[in-house]
Structure formats: structure tokens, C-alpha cells
Design a protein around this ligand. Structure first.
Ligand code: ARG
Length: 477
């Protein structure tokens, strides 16, 4: 090969192979793992004490400078892990070479990534809980605010706005639980797996795992270096969050349309059209909905990367980073915007009440009444009310105004002296089964959700504090 061909080849390899220009956010995690590794190597008398001390000093200094915003690592290095080793060599010379003892980039990269995911989960979960709280607060305030309940986007039954808000609060709390589960499943430390087969050095994997806040080391070195199940779990839980945010946004877009007018959004969250100044486009909601596409795509991207790979590490797996980074970043943005939407949306309570007041909106309640109070089997009652609705339409009168004779003509069982006029309020109050829309039930469900939320926050915060304290304590020794 000619020299110019060689240099072209090297350039192209570097261009496709280097992740150093985008994986720098893993640097503090890489360093934390290295600190735990060096501490263990010293304890096991694998490293000379002076080299271990030098390494710890240089690692800590680098970490502090990076956290303070310094740009010290070579973006052209093959990856952040290589860049850190190269940097350490410029600082402490040959002693830096001890760091690679009894480990490989394979176990290092995957351990650092688990630590990064842990931080993302904790921070995204806080935002999901804030969104849950915002919807819960709306529900508490509007437990008795009447609005139309939709199915198929048809006005189906009277409902309370509080009930609808609680529906989303439930969904979001479950997303917080789902994303927490990612931590439970990835709570094992791959360090010590080395390249793929473990190492001949007398390492102590339990010590490293515990000092990094993991429950225990992974069981199989070969599985550990090629497994990206933990990354897929994060992307999958993230996809669920994005999916639910998208549905919530679609609801907001619908509610805020002029034709619907059930809510008003604050000026800051809408944009005016330059050509049509009267418009209030719900851009924030639309963007959350739009951005969910990439979060769903990121899951699919990594699934596709992994699906053809036999055991152990392949360079394909370097492609795990960008989907992960993008999902974390997009969800953080989207959740912040969603919290603002949830907090600041203003239900137009009068408009909600009058939108509910369509003809025959309580016809289902009448069928229920016939079954409950007059013992008509429900299918028949439903059929009879359909006939009554037809007749009312023809006579242009409400169901309650149909005279006894007209009802008798439909069915003798309808010749009742007492004939109810079921109001929207009566309808809503009557739906008081557990989980139902009646104001009483909504208030009760909101109180229950509030205590579940508090319990969850207390449990999860305890858990993550412990991990962080454990990690800091061990690393400092
Ligand atoms: N940057 C790589 C990754 O993230 C590092 C893993 C080790 N590389 C290797 N050639 N064994 O996947």
C-alpha cells in the first residue's frame, strides 16, 4: 500500500472508530471505577503502594478538574477510557501503566456505563415524580370539576377533571416505578470480568462491587462484557416515559384547541403564528410529542445493534452510547416542559361544564336506573333506552319529558309513574365505585396516591442516598 493510502485508511478508521468526541460525559464514572479498582489492587497487594498512591492522587485531581468544567481529555482518542489513561501518563508517567492491571476496557466501559445510567435514572425519576405531583395537585383541586368524559373522542359520560388528572398521575407514578426497576436489574458489578474470561490476579470483586454501590459482582465474566440488557432496560423504561408523555401532550393539544377549549395554556408555553396572531399553538406539548419519536427510536436502534451478536464484546457495542445519551437528554428536556404544562394549564371550568351538557349525555345512567331500580336486565334496558332516545330526538324533548303513554308504547315496563330526570351532577356522583369518577372517590383516590407517592419517594431516596454514601466512603479510603 502507498503511504497516502495508508494515511487515508488510518484517517477513516479514526473517523469511524473514535467515540472520544462524544463519550466524555462518562469520564467521572470511568474515574470512579478506576479509583475503586486501584484501592482493591492495593488492598490485595497487587499494586506497589507508591504507584497506587500516585494513581489515586492523579485520578482524584483529574476528576475534580473535569467536574469543575476543565476540558483535559483528547477528543481524538479512541474513547474516553483511552483518553483518561493517556492523560494520566502525561501526569505521572510510567506509574499510570499500573492502572490496566487485572482489568480491560471491556469491563471498565460497561461498569462506567452502569454508573452513568444509575445517575440518569435518579435524576429522571425525580422529574417524573414532579410530574406526578403536578397532576395530583390538579386532581386535588378539581376533584369535583365536571368535564366531558371521552371515548373515541366522542362525549361519552360526565366525568370529573380530577379523575382525568389522576389517570395521568397513576401512569406517571408507574413510570417512576418502572425506571427504578432498571436499577434493581443492573445492580451487579462487571469489574473483574476483564476482557472476557476473568483474570489471573488475586482480585476481590466483592470489594469493588460494594464500593461502587452494587449489591454484588456479576456471575459470569463472558456474559458481563457483551451484555447490554441493562442499557436496553433503561432505553425501554425511557421509551415508556416518552410514550406516556406523548399521549399526555396529545391530550393537551386536543383540550387546548379552540374548538374544544377545555384548558388554557400560559403564554410562555404557546407560540403565536406570525401570519395569524389570534392563534395559540401548543408548541411545548407538540414538541414533547414529537421528541418521543427519537426516544422510541433509540430503543429500537440498540435492539437492532445487539440482536445479531453472539457472546462477548464486539465493537458494534460502542454504538450503545449515542442512543443512551440522547434518550437521557431528550427525556430531561421533555419532562421539565411537561411539569410546567401540568402545573400551569388552567381548566376552563365553565366551558367544561357546558361541553358536558349535550343531549342524552346521561342516557347510560337511565339504563342503569332501569336495571338497578326496576329490575330490567341490562341488555334490555340498554335497548329500551336506545328506543327512548330515538323518540326524544323525534319529539325534540329530553328523556325526562317523555310522557308515560309514549313510554308505554315502547314497552309496558316503561309505564312508570316515577320517571327520573338524571342530571349531570347526579350522574357523576353516582359513579362511586372504587376507582370511579365521583368527587368523593376522586378525593379518596388522590389521598391514597399522595401517600403512595410519599412512600415511594422515601423508599427510593433512602436507597439512592445509601448507594451514594457507600460509594463516596469507599472511594475516599
Ligand atoms: N469504546 C468502547 C465501547 O464503548 C470500549 C470498549 C473496549 N474496546 C475494545 N476494543 N475491546 O464499546
Amino acid at each position: 500500500m502507498r503511504t497516502d493510502e495508508r494515511s487515508e485508511a488510518a484517517k477513516n478508521m479514526a473517523a469511524i472508530g473514535s467515540s472520544g468526541h462524544y463519550d466524555g460525559k462518562l469520564a467521572p464514572y470511568d474515574i470512579t471505577v478506576s479509583q475503586a479498582h486501584v484501592a482493591m489492587l492495593l488492598k490485595q497487594e497487587i499494586l506497589p503502594a507508591d504507584a497506587a498512591a500516585e494513581l489515586q492522587r492523579a485520578l482524584e485531581e483529574l476528576k475534580q478538574r473535569i467536574l469543575a468544567g476543565a476540558d483535559l481529555l483528547d477528543p481524538d482518542a479512541e474513547d474516553v477510557h483511552t483518553a483518561i489513561e493517556q492523560y494520566l501518563e502525561t501526569q505521572i508517567g510510567a506509574d499510570a501503566g499500573w492502572l490496566g492491571t487485572a482489568r480491560a476496557r471491556n469491563d471498565l466501559a460497561v461498569t462506567a456505563l452502569r454508573l452513568w445510567i444509575r445517575d440518569q435514572v435518579i435524576s429522571l425519576r425525580t422529574k417524573i415524580l414532579a410530574l406526578t405531583e403536578a397532576m395530583l395537585a390538579q386532581a386535588e383541586k378539581h376533584a369535583a370539576t365536571i368535564m366531558p368524559g371521552f371515548s373515541h373522542l366522542q362525549i361519552a359520560q360526565p366525568m370529573t377533571f380530577g379523575h382525568v388528572c389522576l389517570a395521568y398521575a397513576e401512569t406517571f407514578l408507574r413510570d417512576a416505578e418502572r425506571i427504578s426497576f432498571v436499577l434493581t436489574l443492573q445492580d451487579e458489578c462487571p469489574m473483574g470480568s476483564a476482557a472476557l474470561a476473568g483474570t489471573g490476579f488475586p482480585i476481590d470483586r466483592v470489594t469493588v462491587a460494594r464500593s461502587l454501590g452494587f449489591r454484588q459482582p456479576t456471575a459470569n465474566s463472558l456474559e458481563s462484557v457483551g451484555d447490554r440488557g441493562f442499557a436496553l432496560d433503561f432505553l425501554s423504561a425511557g421509551a415508556s416515559v416518552a410514550l406516556n408523555l406523548s399521549r399526555f401532550s396529545a391530550e393537551i393539544v386536543f383540550w387546548s384547541s379552540q374548538l374544544v377549549g377545555l384548558i388554557t395554556l400560559p403564554d410562555e408555553l404557546v407560540s403565536a403564528s406570525s401570519a395569524m396572531p389570534h392563534k395559540r399553538n401548543p408548541d411545548a406539548a407538540e414538541l414533547i410529542r414529537g421528541k418521543s419519536g427519537r426516544v422510541l427510536g433509540n430503543l429500537h436502534a440498540l435492539q437492532t445493534v445487539v440482536k445479531g451478536l453472539p457472546l462477548s464484546y464486539f465493537r458494534d457495542l460502542q454504538e450503545d452510547k449515542e442512543p443512551l445519551f440522547d434518550t437521557a437528554e431528550t427525556l430531561a428536556l421533555s419532562l421539565d416542559a411537561a411539569v410546567t404544562l401540568a402545573t400551569l394549564m388552567q381548566p376552563n371550568t365553565d366551558a367544561m361544564r357546558s361541553a358536558t351538557d349535550i343531549d342524552f349525555v346521561t342516557s347510560g345512567d337511565l339504563a342503569d336506573w332501569l336495571t338497578r331500580e326496576r329490575g330490567v336486565p341490562f341488555r334490555e334496558a340498554h335497548h329500551l333506552v336506545t328506543e327512548l332516545v330515538r323518540l326524544s330526538e323525534k319529539r325534540k324533548c329530553p328523556l325526562s319529558a317523555l310522557p308515560l303513554e309514549a313510554r308505554r308504547d315502547i314497552d309496558p315496563r316503561l309505564a312508570l309513574a316515577e320517571w327520573p330526570d338524571i342530571s349531570i351532577e347526579t350522574s357523576v356522583d353516582s359513579r362511586d365505585s372504587q376507582g370511579g369518577t365521583s368527587p368523593k372517590r376522586v378525593a379518596e383516590a388522590a389521598a391514597q396516591l399522595r401517600s403512595r407517592l410519599a412512600e415511594f419517594i422515601e423508599f427510593e431516596t433512602d436507597f439512592s442516598d445509601q448507594e451514594i454514601i457507600k460509594q463516596e466512603g469507599e472511594v475516599k479510603r
